[in-house]
Design a protein. Structure first.
Length: 248
């Protein structure tokens, strides 16, 4: 069972992560895991964020404009994601924590790079199924290791050129699908215990408070300026994860 100082630290991290998610619509798992792994091993960090990640994204999906249409468009991606997350969690039970940190560091940097440079081209209509499958497999492999699947998922949805509300709802739906797989498999393989999940459920409170704060801030500040500072900070943290992996 995490001690009180760790719970306080995790609450502050989830408050910040929820604020970022409310402000820019994504990034909660990336923010939370990158900061929590400063004090925890990667699997313990995932155990603490799994319920806030699952329920906050289910809420995001539910609040979107067209739940049925979103499921109809993205159910194949969700099915592949669920399968590959489950297989990866099962196959990586004995993977060293340094490997998980390295993967997280690489994908934090990839997330920052592609978000910063807006390099993702539109996906041609006749290639959507191909890129859907590739992205879902990569997101499932990365999500099974780290639960931080933002880069392949965001790149794919950006390539579809969805309008903003549909983009945010699709993120909520697909991250919810992956989170269910992580939740079930972490219990099945013994990475998550009852006390860990109880703390994770409690961390939903600061996450949703932060989400509400982020939504309000979005209407009062310049999102592009915030995004620049956020990505710069996380690029530094991504580099730190890699340096800690190879030289720690």
């Amino acid at each position: 069972m995490p001690d009180l100082s760790l719970i306080a630290f995790a609450s502050a991290v989830l408050l910040l992560a929820g604020t970022v998610k409310g402000f820019i619509g994504l990034g909660m798992p990336t923010v939370a895991l990158t900061l929590l792994t400063l004090q925890l091993d990667a699997r313990s960090a995932v155990s603490l964020i799994v319920i806030p990640m699952l329920l906050s994204n289910a809420w995001q999906f539910w609040r979107g404009p067209d739940m049925a249409g979103c499921v109809k468009q993205h159910w194949r991606y969700a099915a592949i994601l669920i399968l590959f997350v489950a297989v990866t969690v099962w196959a990586s039970q004995s993977a060293p924590d340094k490997l998980l940190r390295a993967v997280l560091g690489v994908f934090v940097l990839a997330f920052c790079f592609f978000s910063w440079r807006n390099l993702v081209p539109a996906i041609p209509a006749h290639r959507v199924r191909l890129f859907e499958g590739i992205s879902a497999v990569v997101a499932g492999l990365v999500g099974g290791l780290t639960a931080a699947w933002a880069p392949p998922l965001v790149m794919y949805l950006t390539g579809l050129r969805l309008e903003r509300d549909a983009f945010v709802q699709a993120l909520g739906f697909l991250i919810t699908a992956g989170s269910v797989s992580v939740f079930v498999m972490y219990i099945a393989v013994g990475h998550s215990s009852g006390p860990d999940l109880a703390v994770s459920a409690g961390l939903l409170v600061p996450t949703l408070i932060g989400f509400s704060v982020g939504e309000r801030l979005r209407h009062r500040t310049n999102p592009e300026q915030f995004r620049t500072y956020f990505l710069a900070a996380f690029a530094v943290l991504g580099v730190n994860l890699l340096l800690g992996t190879f030289f720690g």
